[in-house]
Write a protein that binds this ligand. Structure first.
Ligand SMILES: *[C@@H]1O[C@H](CO)[C@@H](O)[C@H](O)[C@H]1NC(C)=O
Ligand SMILES: *[C@@H]1O[C@H](CO)[C@@H](O)[C@H](O)[C@H]1NC(C)=O
Ligand SMILES: *[C@@H]1O[C@H](CO)[C@@H](O)[C@H](O)[C@H]1NC(C)=O
Ligand SMILES: *[C@@H]1O[C@H](CO)[C@@H](O)[C@H](O)[C@H]1NC(C)=O
Ligand SMILES: *[C@@H]1O[C@H](CO)[C@@H](O)[C@H](O)[C@H]1NC(C)=O
Ligand SMILES: *[C@@H]1O[C@H](CO)[C@@H](O)[C@H](O)[C@H]1NC(C)=O
Length: 404
């Protein structure tokens, strides 16, 4: 009886199979890694060019049911099976029934994989037109959300950094805001920030002044000069990374050793679109393995440079015109890469090795409706995985609630 029930159910769910195969997970999940609230399910690497995609399926199918994939092209001639790695059954890849990956059998672990967000956002900062009032933002760039959901914003055309405390109607100026200028208490079109809450300091890419400057509560210290800085990042060891839009490189400095030249960790081979080059790098991200992700603005791609690599790999955009002027980039612990695709007014998600990204937010036109963006530039998550996007032209920060 039970078996018959399952089979008729499978017929009902077959239509969703295609969707299942497409909803990939990045390779950072190990073979048989946890992927579902059902602990009998595990992650199977899909056999192919690389291990960047996989499926979440029931782990304990009888090995005898699984035939080998066609060894010449890893295809499966049986209907509705796909070729996966399953070393517990066979060293060679086997054909696995995709019906056993259905969400009714392996409900996805929410909060981790294939997250989705409600497409209608809540405006949590700005949204009151362009201007310099405290409730306004003017062509903002990068944003940062802290543990308490306070929002820090590089308010570019207002030459200031503002903090919007959680659930407030206006921001407060925490750096700059004294007009465009080159005094140490002024800023000139800041693009990016690193908020160090332990030390009550912020590090600012002060683009127009060609310097990286650290602000403490009431004082400032220029830490790097003569640099066409745009993006900033700090790794787990406290090293500082800065992108340089004119030298077309990213450099890294050891903390407190900002007097030396730092070392190049991406690009540095002139302007161009080769794998060892960049063209106007904007925002950057550094992961646990110290790989550097670079929004390679004029090349409309995102590059990943592993530590000590001599060239990068394309992990987003590049050839299929899928990205237009990428800006903010963040990578989660599973290796999913989120990119603010600014001229397409949307946010995309990639896994390394993907041919195509997937739209997670926006792409619905440039008006000021809650599901629209006009020049998405900055990205940040809060501790509940709500997603925040800097909506540059409309001068607002949009919060997208996690859709569970
Ligand atoms: C993919 O993973 C399998 C084990 O699951 C491993 O044997 C193989 O070398 C990996 N391939 C690549 C290209 O990393
Ligand atoms: C395996 O794939 C090759 C190439 O597509 C094909 O020529 C061959 O017939 C396939 N073998 C089987 C057993 O399906
Ligand atoms: C395989 O799946 C398709 C739908 O994707 C369905 O039409 C077909 O009947 C299935 N074949 C078998 C043998 O289950
Ligand atoms: C700072 O700005 C003033 C006025 O615009 C200018 O005269 C001066 O040369 C600038 N100083 C530096 C170091 O750029
Ligand atoms: C922040 O403070 C810690 C100690 O609390 C110190 O080790 C670290 O160097 C400081 N970082 C910066 C950037 O000043
Ligand atoms: C910053 O300085 C002001 C004025 O000196 C003081 O009132 C405030 O408490 C300080 N804030 C922090 C976080 O230290």
């Amino acid at each position: 009886m039970k078996i018959i029930k399952i089979h008729s159910y499978i017929v009902l769910i077959i239509l969703s199979i295609t969707v299942q195969i497409n909803s990939q997970i990045c390779s950072k999940i190990p073979q048989y890694g946890e992927c579902s609230t059902n602990s009998a399910c595990g992650y199977f690497h899909i056999t192919g060019a690389n291990n960047n995609t996989g499926i979440c399926g029931f782990r304990w199918l009888a090995c005898s049911r699984l035939v080998l994939c066609n060894s010449s092209d890893n295809s499966c001639s049986q209907h509705n099976t796909t070729c996966v790695q399953h070393p517990q059954c066979n060293d060679l890849p086997v054909c696995y029934p995709v019906t056993m990956t259905d969400q009714s059998i392996c409900p996805p672990m929410k909060n981790k994989i294939n997250l989705k967000w409600k497409q209608n956002a809540i405006t949590v900062a700005g949204g009151n037109g362009k201007g310099q009032e405290l409730n306004q933002l003017y062509y903002l760039y990068e944003i940062f959300i802290d543990k308490n959901k306070n929002i820090f914003i590089a308010d570019n055309y207002n030459h200031r950094i503002v903090e919007w405390k959680y659930n407030t109607q206006e921001g407060q100026i925490i750096a700059g805001g004294l007009g465009k200028g080159n005094r140490t208490d002024q800023l000139d079109r800041p693009t990016d920030i690193i908020v160090d809450q332990q030390n009550h300091s912020i590090i600012i890419a002060d683009l127009g002044n060609r310097r990286v400057i650290q602000w403490f509560n009431q004082s400032q210290q220029i830490i790097i000069q003569n640099i066409d800085c745009w993006g900033l990042a700090m790794d787990k060891n406290g090293f500082l990374y800065v992108s340089d839009t004119i030298k077309n490189e990213v450099r890294r400095w050891k903390m407190e050793e900002y007097n030396n030249e730092g070392i190049v960790v991406a690009g540095g081979n002139g302007k161009g679109d080769q794998l060892n080059q960049l063209n106007y790098p904007s925002f950057i991200f550094v992961d646990e393995d110290l790989s550097v992700y670079v929004a390679d603005w004029y090349n409309h791609r995102v590059m990943k440079w592993r530590k000590d690599a001599k060239e990068g790999i394309v992990v987003g955009g590049g050839n299929l015109n899928q990205l237009s002027s990428p800006h903010g980039v963040i990578v989660d612990e599973l290796g999913q890469i989120y990119v603010a695709d600014s001229h397409n007014d949307r946010v995309m998600r990639w896994c390394e090795g993907d041919e195509e990204g997937e739209i997670v937010i926006g792409g619905n036109g440039q008006e000021n409706q809650p599901n629209q963006l006009f020049g998405s530039t900055g990205l940040s998550f809060d501790d509940e995985r709500n997603l925040y996007v800097a909506d540059r032209v409309l001068g607002r920060v949009q919060k997208y609630l996690l859709d569970i």
